[in-house]
Write a protein that binds this ligand. Structure first.
Ligand code: PEP
Ligand code: MN
Length: 338
């Protein structure tokens, strides 16, 4: 349920409703909007709860939340959310770009790529230190050494570090280094992991599972939001279909769909979404045109020698060109792209 307070309701009235909600065994989330405050009452449906809250002082009306996801829904919060980490700003009219290699490979590689993507206009540096690889025999990442190299790159460039965490027990270690923690596509429905990353209060980049529906995706985000962490960025990274001319199928209609159903920002990953370097830039431009709040793109100084995902990685000059094209579209839409 959502308790919609009257414009100008007092702090005492709001606190009183929150207290009532807790006494009903429900959890509360106060959302202060531009013209009025709403309070979400979350938990098992209780007979009589709606009627009881409606009698509260300062209450205008009590409405049910129809969407299965509650805190992610635009029913609860209409204003778009902007998630920030250092200079990276994603959402509410700000387009943020995260770029970097699939995997952190060496000090030279990460520092070189960090410099070049910052120069081109990225505000976030991606790089996997713990890699979820399809084959157990493939490179698994530099692990903590990789995290240290990312921290060094942040020190030198000021870029926000975006890196993946694969298991709940690894969250404290990755959280020591990351500015944004990535939950990968394979882990979108790893519920203990979603709760553990939520507890850190760091921004979370949640990638869509390749076979997840929009409701499943938003309910996964809800697991993070339920911990009290509202800094969630959704990422469309392509789904599995019969199509095989691309690595995955990148459905850009999810961008406007999500804009209408959630206040959370949405970024698009055209690298994993296509799996082909020559398709990345056109799809990045299309993603911005569709209304995406950001991009996450794989960039490698020498894609042919990359230990993972070289075939879908842009060279620094190609990335620079991609950003220039995206900026034109962003400008036409009246958005600020760093
Ligand atoms: C990645 O970002 O390197 C990655 C493994 O992505 P995904 O989880 O989308 O496959
Ligand atoms: Mn990759």
């Amino acid at each position: 349920m959502i308790v919609v307070m009257k414009p100008g309701s007092t702090k005492e009235q709001i606190d009183h409703i929150v207290e009532d909600i807790h006494q009903m065994g429900l959890r509360s989330q106060v959302i202060v909007g531009t013209d009025r405050t709403v309070i979400a009452a979350l938990g098992e449906k209780r007979d009589g709860a709606k009627e009881a809250l409606e009698t509260g002082n300062g209450v205008e009306r009590v409405v049910p939340i129809l969407a299965p996801y509650k805190m992610a829904s635009t029913e609860v919060k209409k204003e778009p959310t902007c998630v920030e980490a250092l200079g990276l700003k994603i959402g509410a009219g700000r387009i943020g770009v995260i770029a970097g290699p699939c995997s952190v490979e060496s000090k030279e590689q990460i520092l070189q790529v960090a410099d070049s993507v910052r120069e081109a206009g990225a505000a976030g540096l991606r790089g996997g230190a713990f890699k979820p690889r399809t084959s157990p025999y493939s490179f698994q990442g530099l692990k903590e050494k990789g995290l240290e190299l990312l921290a060094l790159a942040r020190e030198k460039t000021g870029l926000a570090i975006v890196t993946e965490v694969m298991a709940p027990e690894m969250v404290p270690l990755v959280a020591k280094y990351a500015d944004v923690m990535q939950v990968g596509a394979r882990n979108m429905q790893n519920y203990p992991l979603l709760e553990a990353v939520g507890e850190t209060r760091l921004p979370i980049l949640l990638k869509r599972g390749p076979s997840a529906t929009m409701d499943e995706f938003l309910l996964a985000a809800e697991y993070i939001l339920k911990t009290g962490n509202s800094r969630v960025i959704l990422c469309e990274r392509g789904i599995r279909t019969f199509e095989d001319h691309t690595r995955f199928t990148l459905p850009l209609a999810t961008v406007p769909y999500l804009k209408q159903t959630t206040h959370l920002p949405i970024v698009v990953d055209p690298s994993h979404g296509t799996g082909k370097a020559n398709l990345v830039s056109p799809m990045a431009v299309a993603a911005i045109a569709a209304g995406a709040d950001g991009l996450i793109v794989e960039v490698h100084p020498d894609p042919e020698k990359a230990v993972s995902d070289g075939y879908q990685s842009l060279t620094p000059p190609a990335f620079q060109k991609m950003i220039a094209e995206c900026r034109k579209v962003a400008q036409a839409l009246g958005k600020k792209m760093a």
